[in-house]
Design a protein around this ligand. Structure first.
Ligand code: ZN
Ligand code: ZN
Ligand code: ZN
Length: 342
């Protein structure tokens, strides 16, 4: 992600609602992928200077630190009370349990970054109010493993016809660590979940039934093979021993659709992290218009730096993955699909 600066010159960060240097209000215009210093204009309107113009916004209904501390702005002509990210959430876990207040917050923080990514890459989506059948929405659900008073025995994180379900316990660090160990994974984050699941949504809207479908099947395998059978097989016997030659992660070897979602999430990780490095002058490359081989070259260089920095402070590798030539081809496919929607 690029860096943001307050009108006072101080650096401001993606989750900030005020500039810590001067105390002015700040907020994110997710549609324009920008962050602005704001001035109160009365009647709930905020003004931001955009070049030589003034643009007007309202705060998201969830801006208060007692709710979500959401700093996404609503453009003046948008009639909604909630920002474009908050209003995609359909179900939240009951808020009279303090643990669930924290969980909702944690999940929304990660979701805002993912929504920012969608706009940054110009990825088109519709909410449930515009498309009740395949529109995007999020259900954050608890299951009986963490709350005996709820209806669901087990909640699986996943996507179905625009509905993304996230097990609310994924917001708990201890749950993620125990699941990561149990599933023998190298990487499990809330942001990673959102980027993975939105990948399934964009398979449905950008690949399935389009000119991309045939090439998809050649690269990732037939996406129509029995999903439930593949899932059973994966949990009974684990990934194939040579999965690293073909897939970005062990889980990606489960089914072509999981391979796609994992590869998609990795592409977003790469582009976002590269953009951050470029904005801090670690190096300079045009990540969208340069040849992908040069982009990957910089990415490998960057992951060596990131992992070495992490080891220096006694942390595990930030990016514990290896990119094989097959994975490289799949990443190019994801990139081409994303660039084609411009
Ligand atoms: Zn400031
Ligand atoms: Zn919001
Ligand atoms: Zn998946």
């Amino acid at each position: 992600m690029k860096r943001f600066f307050c009108s006072c010159g101080a650096e401001i960060f993606f989750d900030n609602t005020i500039c810590v240097a001067c105390g002015k209000l700040v907020g994110i215009d997710v549609v324009g992928a920008e962050m602005f210093t704001l001035r109160h204009k009365g009647k709930g309107l905020l003004a931001a200077t955009v070049g030589s113009n003034t643009r007007y916004y309202r705060f998201c209904e969830h801006r208060s630190p007692d709710i979500l501390g959401c700093n996404l702005l609503i453009r003046e002509d948008d009639p909604h009370d909630q920002c474009v990210s908050c209003r995609l959430t359909r179900t939240i876990p009951v808020q009279d349990i303090p643990r669930n207040v924290k969980r909702w917050r944690t999940l929304e923080e990660a979701k805002r970054r993912m929504v920012f990514n969608m706009f940054r890459h110009h990825l088109p989506f519709k909410g449930r109010e515009d498309d009740p059948v395949r529109g995007l929405c999020f259900d954050f659900l608890e299951d009986r493993r963490s709350n005996p008073n709820v209806a669901h025995e087990v909640v699986y994180t996943g996507h179905s016809s625009g509905v993304i379900t996230i097990n609310a316990a994924e917001a708990d660090p201890e749950y993620r660590v125990s699941m990561r160990e149990e599933m023998n994974e190298r990487y499990r984050t809330t942001l990673g979940h959102f980027r993975h699941e939105i990948g399934h949504y964009f398979f449905m809207t950008l690949v399935e039934g389009t000119k991309w479908e045939r090439q998809f099947d050649v690269l990732f395998g037939n996406h129509k093979i029995d999903y439930d059978a593949a899932l059973k097989e994966y949990y009974a016997n684990g990934p194939s021993p040579d999965w690293q030659e073909h897939h970005i992660s062990a889980y990606a070897s489960m089914h072509p659709l999981e391979d796609w979602a994992e590869t998609w999430a990795h592409y977003l990780h790469m582009m976002d992290t590269l953009e951050t490095a470029i904005s801090f002058d670690v190096f300079n490359i045009d990540i969208e218009h340069s040849d992908f081989r040069s982009v990957i070259g910089k990415w490998v260089e960057l992951t060596i730096i990131m992992n070495s920095l992490n080891r220096s402070v006694g942390k595990p590798d930030a990016y514990p993955f290896v990119l094989s030539s097959e994975v490289y081809d799949k990443l190019i496919f994801v990139r081409n699909v994303i660039l084609s929607v411009r």
